[in-house]
Design a protein around this ligand. Structure first.
Ligand SMILES: [Zn+2]
Length: 439
């Protein structure tokens, strides 16, 4: 009896240790010969550097091309090598380009979202984004995606997920907006909070269900029916209840806010980031700076919804086109003003509003808005990593995860190079080489 129990325990251990697809699957040593290195931490670039990789970590960075015994050489001597990119604002389970937003919400199930999320996670990783913060999707679905990626079951970026957005009834995150009230789905209630007590409870439920951060919508939004982006739709008391409860649980709070009042109040109450920040004023930037609040600009989202309004209004629900034309065009100008004022910027794109895998277009838009390219790049490394709260991403230095990308030409010279990432390593595993997927 005892012996057979031991045998089955040992069989279970063998199964658990079997190699599987994903970041944890490899145990090879690599040395990457980098022609140019932008390490994400220090200013400037280094030429002809060796990056030593053991298992899933970077163990050394040294001058010259060295070849330690037993290490496989990755020849990137003609490339520019950088830390894996980080997008602090994606929605892996959504895709507004695939059809009318309202129609999708009543014709797709959580199973559809899950399977599409698997595909979108792969596209995102192949684009060089080795880490993302997912700031809105069905809680059970995005938590499952995160777990599957972590276990190596599916390829995708490392994920920090908020689950369902916490929204007041009728607010930007209420999926019932614009529908016959008799029409509903059980999961539509997952993020609805009215009053501080409900806010406290939902934060605790989300924590129990496995989220890594909380997303709230203090103002109205664009890709939703009827709510006003300029208006503050959550009360200060509700925002405060969320922030206090989340921070007690060591969860950060991302606040979608377009209107100045919502931006100012949410920053003052202590949210960790303002997403979009469209109608911020100089006073808003002063408040954000004094609290260390990040701005996550999402310029592609602004550009995309304007394009929808002009060329594909059929993709938008009632009121969305009008809101898109009011909000979209001002986002780039505001990013520049925020950067100039010294507000901390974390790279984020709102992937899912546009096609997944095109996240790197944001770099080009940020540079066009007037932000220096070096600062644009840093917003996707130390900026996003610090906002997420994970020090082992966004840097090529000993102890960091071996999340590494490379481009043929130097993105400091042409930032659109990041839209043509030719090499991607994640956790010491090569997932793209010579521009060809290996996953
Ligand atoms: Zn978003």
């Amino acid at each position: 009896m005892k012996k057979s129990l031991l045998a089955s325990v040992s069989l279970a251990m063998t199964i658990a240790a079997a190699p599987i697809l994903g970041a944890q699957a490899q145990a090879r040593d690599y040395v990457i010969h980098a022609g140019h290195l932008i390490d994400g931490v220090n200013a400037g670039e280094r030429a002809n550097v060796s990056i030593l990789v053991h298992d899933d970590q970077i163990t050394g960075v040294q001058d010259g091309f060295v070849t330690p015994a037993g290490a496989d050489v990755v020849d990137l001597s003609q490339s520019t090598v950088m830390p894996g990119l980080i997008d602090a604002h994606v929605h892996l389970t959504l895709d507004l380009t695939k059809g009318n937003a309202q129609l999708q919400s009543v014709t797709k199930s959580g199973y559809d979202e899950t399977l599409e999320g698997v595909g979108n996670a792969r596209l995102t990783l192949l684009a060089g984004f080795t880490s993302v913060r997912d700031v809105g999707g069905d809680t059970a679905v995005v938590v499952a995606l995160k777990r599957a990626q972590k276990a190596g079951t599916i390829p995708g970026p490392r994920m920090w997920v908020s689950g369902s957005i916490l929204s007041p009834t009728g607010g930007h995150g209420d999926p019932a907006n614009g529908f016959d009230p008799a029409l509903t789905k059980p999961e539509w209630q997952d993020g609805i909070v009215d009053g501080p007590d409900e806010a406290v409870k939902k934060v605790r439920e989300h924590f129990r269900d496995g989220v890594d951060l909380i997303k709230i919508v203090p103002s109205g939004g664009v890709a939703s029916v009827g709510d006003d982006p300029q208006a503050q739709l959550m009360t200060d008391a509700e925002i405060k209840a969320v922030v206090e409860t989340a921070h007690t649980l060591h969860l950060r709070v991302a606040a979608h806010a377009h209107g100045a009042q919502a931006i100012d109040h949410a920053s003052d109450i202590g949210v960790d980031s303002i997403e979009h920040g469209s109608f911020a004023t100089p006073a808003s930037y002063t408040i954000m700076k004094s609290h260390g609040t990040y701005l996550v600009p999402t310029l592609i989202a602004g550009a995309t919804v304007v394009e929808f309004a002009q060329k594909h209004p059929e993709l938008l629900g009632p009121s969305m086109a009008e809101k898109a034309l009011a909000v979209g065009p001002i986002m780039a100008k505001n990013l520049y003003a925020a950067w100039k004022a010294g507000v901390k910027i974390a790279f984020g794109t709102d992937a899912g509003v546009y096609h997944h895998g095109q996240n790197a277009r944001e770099f080009e838009l940020m540079a066009k808005a007037g932000m220096p390219v070096a600062d644009v790049l840093r917003s996707s490394w130390t900026g996003a990593a610090t906002l997420i709260g994970e020090s082992r991403i966004g840097a090529i230095s000993p102890g960091a995860f071996a999340d590494i990308v490379a481009t043929d030409k130097d993105p400091m010279v042409d930032v659109t190079e990041l839209q043509r990432v030719r090499f991607v390593m994640q956790g010491g595993r090569i997932v793209k080489d010579h521009s060809e997927p290996r996953i």
